[in-house]
Ligand binder design. Structure first.
Ligand code: PXL
Length: 278
């Protein structure tokens, strides 16, 4: 059985980060170890959330794993709470990197042209460095702009997407850079990627559902990691992840209007497993 570790926060309510990564990747038949970076009562889109920082636990936990000779087929990072945490994670990449394991960074920090609360430009610069150490990165358009110092614009053309991909590749990411939420046509969205070793670009386009729920980026990334660990190619893994994310949104739109509580991903897990051939 493959074993991955995912490094992100526990937001107790609001279905994102570890509360989606753990069930989704586990359901896909992959052991999912966790390194929690903080415990929040909810994610930061709610008001008055609590935040217990766990930075001081990160190195001791990893040191214990090292002593026990525990290793991972993938390291997947999502929301990180501070620049200090990014530095620790960068060190962990070096300690736990193997010839054949995958380092997958979702540089969670911004959306719709704005950084999330708690983050600033210094944090974005640190995140760019973390991306340089990864095999695969999956920023949304806003995050890609912050990572590359590109001005954010609401609507993009094909050539803007290509430029952003090439700028991301310059960060030094080892295998592929992938942009999410790439919408070049009315009613459509998708992912665009660049294999930095071959220069090959790829796209997956699917219908755009005009509602936005919290945590869907984490669902997409978790599913992509799970699919990669099931032996799928990157392009196939991204397609399965995008289709599952759309299915989660569709399921939730029919039943639930409260966007910050996230999507009902639990109800469509059987569909995901079917797509994986399980
Ligand atoms: O889904 C991304 C995410 C994860 N964790 C926390 C967040 C966010 C986005 O706002 O606040 C705590």
């Amino acid at each position: 059985m493959k074993r991955i570790v995912t490094i992100q926060d526990i937001s107790c309510v609001g279905k994102c980060s570890l509360t989606v990564a753990l069930p989704i990747i586990s359901a896909m038949g992959v052991e999912t170890a966790i390194l929690p970076t903080a415990v929040l009562s909810t994610h930061t889109m709610f008001q008055n959330y609590t935040f217990k920082d766990l930075t001081d636990q990160m190195r001791p936990i990893a040191a214990h794993w090292k002593k026990e000779q525990i290793d991972f087929d993938a390291i997947y990072t999502g929301y990180l709470g501070s620049s200090d945490q990014i530095e620790i994670v960068a060190d962990l990449f070096e300690e736990f990197r193997k010839e054949d394991n995958l380092i997958f960074v979702d540089p969670v920090m911004a959306d719709n042209g704005k950084l999330y609360p708690l983050f600033d430009l210094a944090f974005a610069r640190k995140m760019a460095r973390l991306c340089s150490l990864a095999d695969v990165i999956v920023p949304n358009i806003t995050e890609a702009c912050f990572l590359t110092g590109t001005e954010y614009r609401e609507s993009l053309e094909e050539k803007d997407v290509e430029l952003l991909l090439h700028r991301l590749a310059q960060l030094g990411t080892r295998k592929a850079v992938v942009l999410t939420g790439v919408s070049l046509e009315e009613g459509k969205t998708g992912v665009a990627g660049l294999d930095v070793r071959t220069g090959e670009m790829f796209r997956y386009i699917h219908p755009r559902i005009p509602v936005s729920y919290h945590g869907t980026g984490d669902i997409f990334s978790s599913t992509a990691v799970g699919a990669l660990m099931n032996g799928l190619s990157l392009q196939d893994a991204l397609k399965i992840a995008a289709d599952y994310t759309v299915a989660c949104i569709q399921e939730t739109m029919d039943n639930d209007k409260e966007k910050k509580y996230g999507v009902n991903f639990e109800l469509v897990l059987p569909q995901l497993l079917k797509a994986l051939g399980k």
